[in-house]
Design a protein around this ligand. Structure first.
Ligand SMILES: NC(=O)C1=CN([C@@H]2O[C@H](COP(=O)(O)OP(=O)(O)OC[C@H]3O[C@@H](n4cnc5c(N)ncnc54)[C@H](O)[C@@H]3O)[C@@H](O)[C@H]2O)C=CC1
Ligand SMILES: CC(C)CC(=O)C(=O)O
Ligand SMILES: [Mg+2]
Length: 362
């Protein structure tokens, strides 16, 4: 069956890194038997400019017809002044919600070749392999009411709502327990239950799920401590499960342990295997147009797509091994070296991965 893949380059470095994913997918199609067709659509700021809204109906229709989606990144300063509904980031939240992509898997794995690029000492980080499971369609990014208003005394105030139902907590909890059962059987639920009722309920639901997974050890940690522990001794963790906001922040933090935010892929899954795959980083406007963004998080997101949505686990392994070989050969983009040291650009890194893939087959 031909897999229908929807490519959403987005904004700033988004199209630059998606061009490398396109190269990789076409190599997999031409030389490795991947049966897929690629379609392109607008999401984010480019969609506002082309079609007047960040998540156009045309993109939604194509998204619903596709088996998997690959996103670059959205956003940029030129759209920051728009009203909230028309901002690129709202487009991303809307597509996640419209497709029911509640389970965001963010693996932070350190390639041995990058141990010196990590912000932690090698003895603290070598062998790191953790998975952050982030709830993606609820919590404070979606809660109502939200807004900015003027009080009777003339002072403006802004408000957001952090709300979680037991149904939302249960389904992300199950996804996390199942992931932990497939890995080392250790699950740490991260919350702020000492202050927030939403976290109190979160913890209660996680506890209620635990008996169904006797092979998984469940523990709890407050998010402030978890942030500290991630940079103190990250290997104490296997799987972490947390809400939308905390997971967003902790995964950027975990990214640096692997050498760069340009290394972390992600999968955002519904309950039937459809997924949207994207690097954890944003659109990096500060480096866009220079051809220096690291495409590896995006190429590793393609590997996650192959594994989770296309049932092509062997091809996913090939891609991940090709990335490892390219790093072992010494190829580095600028984010992975000291300032001023020699580095290759986005396209050269993409070419290196495709060449490594072909060489391994020959
Ligand atoms: N999933 C998405 O589409 C996301 C979009 N954003 C949006 O991206 C824009 C920029 O946000 P920032 O807070 O600056 O976060 P960012 O992740 O885009 O950039 C943070 C820093 O990391 C660097 N960086 C990011 N990706 C890189 C890569 N592949 N290679 C080398 N360096 C890389 C950037 O140059 C920058 O210095 C904003 O409009 C924001 O809303 C932010 C996060 C996620
Ligand atoms: C830009 C956002 C909508 C969210 C974000 O930062 C993320 O999902 O990593
Ligand atoms: Mg983020």
């Amino acid at each position: 069956m031909t897999h229908k893949l929807l490519m959403l380059p987005g904004d700033h470095v988004g199209p630059e890194i998606i061009a490398e994913a396109d190269k990789l997918l076409r190599c997999l199609m031409a030389d490795f038997g991947l049966d897929a067709e690629l379609e392109y659509a607008h999401l984010g700021g480019c969609a506002v400019d082309a079609e007047g809204e960040p998540f156009p109906a045309s993109t939604q229709r194509l998204a619903e017809e596709s088996d998997a989606l690959l996103l670059g990144a959205v956003g940029g300063p030129q759209w920051d002044g728009l009203e909230r509904d028309r901002r690129p980031e709202t487009g991303l939240l809307s597509i996640r919600s419209a497709l029911g992509l509640f389970a965001n898997l963010r693996p932070a794995m350190l390639f041995p070749e990058l141990v010196d690029a990590s912000s932690l000492r090698p003895d603290a980080v070598s062998g790191l392999d953790i998975l952050i499971v982030r709830e993606l369609t609820g919590g404070i990014y979606f809660g109502q009411p939200r807004g900015i208003r003027t009080r009777e005394d003339g002072v403006r105030e802004a408000f957001n709502t952090l709300v979680y139902g037991t149904d939302e907590i249960e389904r992300i909890g199950r996804a996390a327990f199942e992931a932990a059962a497939r890995r080392n059987g250790s699950l740490c639920s991260v919350d702020k239950a000492n202050v927030l009722e939403s976290s109190e309920l979160w913890r209660e639901v996680m506890e209620s799920l635990a008996p169904a997974y006797p092979d998984v050890r469940l523990s709890h940690m407050y998010v402030d401590n978890a942030a500290m522990q991630l940079v103190r001794d990250p290997r104490q963790f296997d799987v972490l499960v947390t809400g939308n906001l905390f997971g967003d922040i902790l995964s950027d933090c975990a990214a640096m342990l692997t050498g760069s935010i340009g290394m972390l892929p992600s999968a955002s899954l519904d309950d039937r295997g459809r997924g949207l795959y994207e690097p954890v980083h944003g659109s990096a406007p500060d480096i866009s147009g220079k051809g220096i963004a690291n495409p590896l998080a995006t190429l590793l997101s393609v590997a996650m797509m192959l594994r989770h949505s296309l049932d092509e686990g062997a091809l996913a392994d090939h891609v991940e091994r090709a990335v490892g070989r390219v790093l072992a050969d010494g190829h580095r983009t600028a984010d992975l070296v000291s300032p001023g040291a020699e580095a290759i650009g986005t396209a050269a890194m993409g070419d290196a991965v495709v060449n490594a893939l072909r060489e391994a087959r020959d």
